[in-house]
Design a protein. Sequence first.
Lengths: 332, 332
Amino acid sequence: MKKNVTLNDIAQKLNVSVGLVSLVLRGKWKENRISEEMAKKVNKAAKDLGYKPNAMAQALRTGKSKIIGLIVADIANPFYGKIARIIENEAYNKGYQVIFGSSDEDLCKFEKVVEAMKSRQVDGLLVVPVIGSHEVLQAIQESNIPTISIDRYLTDAKLPYVVTDNYKGSYDIGLYLQQKGYQNIAFITKESPLSNFIERNKGFEQSMKDTGINYQKHALSVDNWNEELVQLIRDMDTSKVDAIYFAQNMLAVEGLKTVNALHSDELDKLAIISFDNPEIFEINRPTITCYQQPLQVLAEKAVQELINSIESKQSKDISLKIEGKLIIRQSC
Amino acid sequence: MKKNVTLNDIAQKLNVSVGLVSLVLRGKWKENRISEEMAKKVNKAAKDLGYKPNAMAQALRTGKSKIIGLIVADIANPFYGKIARIIENEAYNKGYQVIFGSSDEDLCKFEKVVEAMKSRQVDGLLVVPVIGSHEVLQAIQESNIPTISIDRYLTDAKLPYVVTDNYKGSYDIGLYLQQKGYQNIAFITKESPLSNFIERNKGFEQSMKDTGINYQKHALSVDNWNEELVQLIRDMDTSKVDAIYFAQNMLAVEGLKTVNALHSDELDKLAIISFDNPEIFEINRPTITCYQQPLQVLAEKAVQELINSIESKQSKDISLKIEGKLIIRQSC
DNA sequence: TTGTAAGCGTTATCAA
DNA sequence: TTGATAACGCTTACAA
């Protein structure tokens, strides 16, 4: 039962004041004209006693917790897991810690998590906004906690965001399909008011228009897409389709599951392409061609922007759309 | 730029003392004989002003941060992502928040994360220990931060743990292989000093002994398993093997990648079974039979045990080994 | 060059 | 039934 070492302990041991110790330990001894000799003594004592600053006390005093909150849809989803990983790294490097929560795409949970984080005095927030969350997010902004949307953004909230260029990505997929000579595309997507789907849908439809390719759009409902998808693939008229485009990893994964389970020669002949790049795509037979989101850049930029606006208090409303890249494999 | 509402704000508005407000807001007004009328007024004012307690101040004052630290190998790995998700839920339900870090199986990083968490005054720690971390973990124990190992444990540290019964799982896989009539198993595992591999290896070897099945053990090195695995599968003498057992999801995933890429009729004839149950197993052709770890129970128990020992200060050294279950699919 | 003291928002102990 | 006040560990403006 070792008690934590405090500034006071160090001060007492050396018979100096806590203020002095504090200044030295934060490297401010030079500008406060503290003798180098003193500085050395203090540093040594701190090391000897194994001093670790109490982050809570620092936070309380300075009003900066050095914690950033991360709210994703579901940390168990590898897509968000990867993002979380990069964010964590970047944040640690800058002296911040990450506290996370999953929203499950549920507004109510999202709000709860936001509240919890606010009361933890997070310095800033990185959020994957859920449907209907604009009010909550607006409120955070007003309480002066820098917040950045990642992965998607809400058109009705004026939050800065860092996202993939979904429009371009989806448009490029269309172009690629044209280049490969496909004529009839089954476009499987979701009917969602969230920016990522809106833009993927727009982008693809535009490129279909521009290239003149036939396509059928299947916009599944957000909360029942799973069953609808299975049905859709079961009923697919393979004589009228030569390629399937899944607009999201979850769609593709469930889709492949169904396709593989059906073992139908007809289905197997179809070309497949998808947004996102889950690990399965490298294992499936055939391996799946896809548009990979620039997760590394995206997450890094998001953290950098966030920390910038935390530390400089000037919320320059910079939003970014970053391009991903097509990864060509066997399926298409 | 709204400032946060404090107890003081409420107190001033009502012309009462902060102490009074504090007591009411924490539901202690009854045992402190505060008038119900007063209590109501205070609660109302708190709600009106939108009061949110400052967790930092509470933490500083009470010495309890209500934060638990979670250290996994890599949050981007869906296996740990899933665990994190369950832990998060369970913790939130009990009023705790989760701060996480990834060790990358690197002792140095592990130690850094631990330090960061200690200085955040975490109330407790859930860790996936890395090789060589017994000293750090011992040190945490001594500084009186309840800590529980999950997923695996170190034989040379006396930390409580909550893990899958790896021995039993691996043993049962052997039994299942016997039942299905396989005669020559390629057992692909890692040569690791960590409990999970030790026990999976022991369990399987024992069951091979008990059943009298032939097997060849390929214990890959911890830091170069990837390349060794590819080589191993490439060179596999399929005439001498009728089934492969992968002792871990990462091994299986890379293994399947290689097998699928080789497209060899010989390899395709082999039965496959694996420890763990990543999503790919449901998509692969054939779908993969495996032993699924009881993640839900495991993570829940871990959180419960941890919070118990945080709140009751009595560190009853309860460790748990929980059984998973065999999921039978097409591959075996 | 160093010490003193106020204060961050709470909680808890007394006193009134 | 309620109010004053010290304390948690730290930072910082000001005094010495």
